[in-house]
Design a protein around this ligand. Structure first.
Ligand code: FES
Length: 189
């Protein structure tokens, strides 16, 4: 099992200090420029989320070097970037597996059996929430309401929603992922 990660949590005690700044290809830089161009120069911080998603997509998670890049690009302090990153469970502030299973644990999902789903995933994957499988393929998290309460219990697999879950449905999903046959519906551009 790899190191624990705690999405949606305050920063680790020792705030990671970047040793250098992330670098991106000209294509990615152009994509970043397109987002920045949507806002007046003095409001460039408004582009923080789309830029964060790009950095995460390119680097697998929002690593310290990516944070340093964003701070430089948006003319913000490193802490400004971490403040936003640690608020959203969609932003990984520690490395996560290829398939990030995030189970909603808030009221509607809880009432409708989220605990059973979490336990089932835990057993299937051999990890607890907050952990990643040894092969780096799956991470498991519990997150707060994902706004899909009417179809509880539900989980988010990377950016795809899976709703009205049963252990059988979860098995089918995890089987597809294990075979790398799962097709992501939401792809961040
Ligand atoms: S309570 Fe689970 S999506 Fe809202």
């Amino acid at each position: 099992m790899s190191e624990q990660f705690t999405p949606n949590n305050p920063l680790p005690q020792e705030a990671p200090v970047p040793r250098e700044m992330a670098k991106f290809s000209p294509e990615v830089e152009a994509e970043i420029e397109r987002h920045l161009a949507k806002y007046p120069k003095e409001r460039s911080r408004s582009a923080i989320l789309p830029l964060m998603f790009i950095v995460q997509r390119e680097r697998g998670w929002l690593d310290p070097e990516g944070v340093a890049y964003l701070a430089d690009r948006l003319r913000l302090r490193i802490t400004d970037i971490w403040e936003v990153a640690t608020f959203y469970s969609m932003i990984a502030t520690k490395p996560v597996g290829k398939y990030h299973v995030q189970i909603c644990r808030t009221l509607s999902c809880k009432i409708m059996g989220a605990d059973t789903i979490t336990e089932h995933c835990s057993k299937r994957l051999g990890i607890k929430p907050g952990e990643t499988t040894g092969d780096g393929k799956f991470s498991l998290s519990e997150v707060e309401c994902l706004g899909s309460c009417g179809t509880a219990p539900m989980l988010q697999l990377n950016f795809d929603y899976h709703e009205n879950l049963t252990p059988q449905k979860v098995d089918e999903l995890l089987d597809q992922c294990s075979r790398d046959e799962y097709e992501f519906k939401v792809k961040l551009q």
